[in-house]
Design a protein around this ligand. Structure first.
Ligand SMILES: [Zn+2]
Length: 87
């Protein structure tokens, strides 16, 4: 793992990134937090892979679900989220 010096903010831990990941990928976190998560995903292969997996899963679920059925999509997203947090 590459460690960079960051003067402005402490880097996030993998655990913190895991908690923010779903909201981050859904563009629901503030810009400052999103930047920290993005930095971490660049540096940390494990979390980067997790993000990729989640992103691909949500994308394929979105394709499978009718766009006018947000409840079904929400259930599938919860399922995807469980898979990510269980990893
Ligand atoms: Zn990490």
């Amino acid at each position: 793992m590459i460690r960079r010096l960051r003067a402005r903010q402490r880097p996030l831990s993998c655990q913190a990134v895991g908690r923010l990941l779903q909201a981050y990928l859904d563009a629901e976190v503030p810009d400052t937090a999103a930047l920290l998560v993005a930095d971490h995903l660049d540096d940390c292969r494990r979390c980067g892979l997790e993000a990729e997996t989640y992103r691909a899963l949500v994308a394929s679920l979105a394709r499978l679900s009718p766009p006018d059925d947000p409840e079904r999509l929400e259930r599938l997203r919860s399922f995807a989220d469980e898979l990510v947090t269980a990893a």
